[in-house]
Structure formats: C-alpha cells, structure tokens
Design a protein around this ligand. Structure first.
Ligand code: BES
Ligand code: MN
Ligand code: ZN
Length: 516
C-alpha cells in the first residue's frame, strides 16, 4: 500500500472539495471564567458553507473542541465532501504548531479504521499558526499518523489513506505553505523510515540488513556511505564493540554515512563537523547476564538510537544544510554464546589518536550499549567530528526517572545543550536534562581497569552517561537516552502504538542550527 500525500491549493472553496473526509480545526475561545462561562467554539476556517454545515452541532455543546477530540458529520449540507470531521485544537489561547501536528494526525487516524481513503485538511487561519510552520506540521502529523506497526499481519486491512490534501485558504501565503508542506513530508518520511527499522523483528533486521538498508537509503538521498564488519573492527582495534559482537553468529555492522554540504572542499572547509552516533543493538538478550524472559521480545527495538540517526541524516541529505555531518552506527546483537564476553572480562576500547584505548572491566554483559557507543564516539572523533550527538536506548533507569514522557538528555557543554533545547521548540519532542558529574563518574571506577561498565542501580542513567563521557572527552557532546520513549505502548489519537521514531526531528533541527 502506498500512501500519497499531495498538497493542493484552494483555488476553489472548501465546500467544493469532493473528498471522503474533510477535516477542519475547531478551537475553544472562551474568555470568561467561572459559573457563567459558556463554551464558545470557533471554526478556524472562514468558509461560509463549512460554518453553516457545522453550526448546529457546534451550538449543541456535544463537541467541546478539546485537543484531538473528533466528531464526524455525514453528508454535510452544502459541501461536496462526503463527511465533515471536526478536530479539536483545545483552547485558542494555547494554540500551537504542536497541537496542530497532532490534530492533523488525529484526522488521518480517524479516517483509517473507517476505511476512508481520501482526506483533506483545511489549514487553519490563525495568526499564531504561520503558514510555513503550520503546513509543515500538518504534513508531519498526517504522515506519521498513517504508520501502523502491524506489518506482519496476514489479515492486515488495507487501511492506508491514499490521498491527503492540504487545503490552503486564500488568506494564507500559498508559497510558504507549499514549502512547509514539502519539508514536513521529508521530515515525516525520514521519521517513518526510522520507525520501520525499529519495528522489524531481530530475525529480519540483523546488523547486516540494517547496513544494507542504510546503504540503500544513502544512495536514494545522495549520501556517501560505507558499511564494514568484523575485519574493520579489528583493524580499528574496536575492542569494546567487538567484545559485544563476538558472542553472536551474526556479523556486526559498522555503518558510516557522510553528508557534505554543497561546494564542500576538505582543504578549505572550516565549519563544524557534526558526528551523529547511534546504538544499533538489533537484539539485546542481555548476553551472559541474560535478561528475564518477560518482555524480552521488546529488545528488538534496542537499535532505535541508530534508526533515529539514520532517519535524521536521511532528512539532512534532502534538506541540505550548509554543514558537514557524519553518522556512525555500531550495530550488533548481544547474545550469550560459548564465545560471548563474560562478567569479569576486561576489554580494551579503540585507541583515541596517540592515546591507547581505555580498559573496561565488564560487570554486567547487559550494559552493552555503552560499549559499542564508546568505540562509535571515538571513531566519529577520529573522522573529524567537532561536535557529537548520540542516541541510544541505553538504560531502563531513564524510563524510571522520566517515564514515557521525556527522553533524557545529557551534555558536557552548555552552549551545545542550548542549541539542542532550541531545536526542541521546532521539533515538538520532549527531552529533559539530567546530570553528569564527578560523583557519578566515581561510581564507574574499577579496581582492576580504567573503568567498569556499570555503576549500580542508583543513578543508572547518569552513570551510563558518565561512561560515554569518557569517550566523548572534551568534544562538545550530547547524549540522548531514549529507552523510555522509543516504543509507545498505547495508541494515541494522533499516533499508533509501536515505534515512535523519537529523536529524528530534534537531531535534524540541532544539526540545522549549525548552518553558517
Ligand atoms: N537495552 C537496555 C536498556 C533498555 C531497557 C532499553 C528497557 C529499552 C527498554 C540496555 O542495554 C540495558 O540492558 N541496560 C541495563 C543496564 C544495567 C545492566 C546497568 C538496564 O537498564 O537494566
Ligand atoms: Mn542491555
Ligand atoms: Zn541494550
């Protein structure tokens, strides 16, 4: 099933749009408070026919325009559309681009189970929803909402929305809306690319297959790519990455994608080089420190950090910011085996420049993500990265601390962090800064090696971050722990349960903030 999204100018009025479902946004602009306050609703589109079709139900009070609330009217009088969908945007005073993204998603997710194939969404007319950002958000919301995780069901209903039209009212700048819509399509498709990979079972998406898909994607958007395996890990002396990889029958993949801005010349380029590093554990059994069986099937999504980075660079390749970007993905399974690494083993990480690799005492083979990332971060630095960002489903502890509400973000540099925080305003994703610090670093000191790979139960997200910090060194660096956020357990009106694609949009916006 192919979903096609097309933007369509509203050369004709909303009422003449002959689609199966026409969605319009409604807000609650109630200003009075107290017992006398009445619900006052406003359609965010100045179309007389739509207003008259919706008048009765709006007056009835049945529909309250709460965020993502919906109501379907059949055969609306005076409209060519077969159905009119009212989508709530909540209170007018709190209107936001992010609410609009969700509302567009809600419209698509309302259409899917009803078997409706064509949806049109009227771009709201409101000063706090500027054309470019609004159209971008609608495209994102709609495309993200079309994704469902039931890829492998043989009785999968053909539920996709084939056509999604954005109706741009005459009062809104069409060129801006068109540009925003095009950008939103790129971003959402990149995020869906990440979600497709995260959704794949471990037997399908092995490290080798992840490498093939990354290469295919790189080709399609014009990125340079290299995919290496065991031999290269040995050559680079990636003892930490190999320590994890050697217990699996599936060979590891070291994936490197490079984006060079237009006119890039290595001899003269003086701008930043951004290193994107992803944890790509295609299945995490825990290794010899094996996980309990309950919920182990979820550990196919332990490559969500790498999928996020691949998604981000996929969008970067198309949006072409004027900054160089390198993406390094360290992919392997973590398995128990006769050749697997064991608690008590000491691994030697990749050397950094002329410094020998750090030695790592293994306490728990289930703390494998930090090991593969250690070598990934060192490798990205050796390739010239001046700034680093990594994403990983690194710790259960981050989920305990922040719930499935915020991702964890750590940074060794306030300026770099500030740029990430600013990126969140555009992306609409939620991350909360958690602490690094010497006292956490102290907890991963080892008696017999430079460091050990776990720091005990307490402060587990921060001790894991301090482990990575050793390998990021002084390079300005951001670590995103997305373990709690990469998988959505229950569907919401605007997004399906399953892989979320978290971090794609924020990493993309962070990268774009370095444009000269
Ligand atoms: N992949 C897990 C973390 C994880 C947990 C991701 C839940 C998604 C959902 C990671 O490799 C891991 O096992 N971490 C351990 C670290 C511990 C052994 C120090 C954890 O969080 O328990
Ligand atoms: Mn693990
Ligand atoms: Zn893991």
């Amino acid at each position: 099933m192919k979903t096609e999204l097309v933007s369509s100018p509203l050369s004709s009025p909303l009422s003449s749009l002959a689609v199966e479902l026409l969605a319009v946004a409604v807000t609650d602009f109630q200003t009075e408070k107290g017992p006398d306050a009445k619900l006052q609703l406003a359609l965010l589109n100045a179309d007389a026919a739509v207003a008259s079709a919706a008048a009765e139900v709006l007056a009835s009070g049945e529909f309250k325009a709460g965020a993502n609330e919906t109501l379907v009217l059949h055969a609306p009088a005076g409209l060519a559309a077969k159905r009119l969908l009212l989508v709530g945007l909540g209170k007018a005073a709190k209107l936001s681009i992010h609410g609009l993204r969700s509302a567009a998603g809600t419209a698509v997710r309302a259409a899917k189970p009803r078997g409706l194939r064509e949806v049109a969404f009227a771009l709201p007319e409101h000063e706090s929803l500027p054309a470019f950002a609004a159209a971008r958000a609608v495209a994102e919301g709609a495309l993200l909402a079309d994704f469902d995780a039931d890829t492998y069901r043989s009785d999968r209903k053909d539920q996709g929305v084939y056509s999604f039209k954005l109706a741009v009212p005459a009062s809104v700048d069409f060129a801006s809306a068109q540009a925003g819509f095009a950008e939103g399509e790129i971003v959402a498709e990149a995020q869906n690319f990440a979600r497709v990979q995260v959704n794949e079972p471990g037997n399908v998406l092995t490290p080798t297959v992840l490498g093939q898909r990354a290469a295919q994607m790189a080709e399609s958007v014009g990125l340079k790519w290299e995919v290496h395996s065991t031999e290269k890990l040995h050559e680079l002396q990636m003892g930490a990455f190999w320590g994890v990889a050697k217990g699996s029958e599936e060979p590891p993949a070291l994936i490197v994608l490079t984006y060079e801005p237009e006119g890039y010349d290595p001899a003269t380029y003086t701008g930043p080089v951004l290193g994107l590093v992803g944890k790509g554990i295609t299945f995490d059994s825990g290794g010899i420190s094996i996980k309990p069986g309950d919920g182990m099937e979820k550990m196919k999504y332990d490559m969500a950090g790498s999928a996020a980075m691949l998604g981000a660079i996929c969008a970067i390749g198309q949006l072409k910011p004027s900054v160089k970007v390198i993406c390094v993905v360290c992919s392997t399974e973590n398995m128990p085996d006769g050749r697997a690494y064991k608690p008590g083993d000491v691994l030697t990480a990749m050397p950094a420049g002329d410094k020998p690799g750090k030695t790592i005492e293994i306490i728990n083979t289930d703390a494998e993500g930090r090991l593969v990332l250690a070598d990934g971060l060192t490798y990205a630095r050796s390739l010239g990265a001046t700034h680093l960002i990594n994403a990983a489903t690194l710790t259960g502890a981050v989920g305990v601390a922040l719930g499935k509400v915020n991702g964890g973000v750590f940074s060794n540099d306030d300026e770099t962090f500030a740029k990430f925080q600013a990126a969140l305003e555009t992306s609409g994703e939620s991350f909360w800064r958690l602490p690094l610090g010497d006292e956490y670093a102290y907890l991963i000191k080892s008696d017999i090696a430079d460091i050990k790979n776990t720091g005990g139960r307490y402060g587990g997200a921060s001790t894991a971050a301090e482990f990575l910090h050793v390998f990021a060194g002084d390079t300005p660096w951001i670590h995103l722990d997305i373990a709690g956020m990469a998988w959505i357990d229950e569907s919401r009106p605007y997004i399906a349960k399953g892989p979320s694609g978290i971090a794609v949009r924020s990493v993309l916006e962070w990268v774009r903030s370095y444009q000269s």
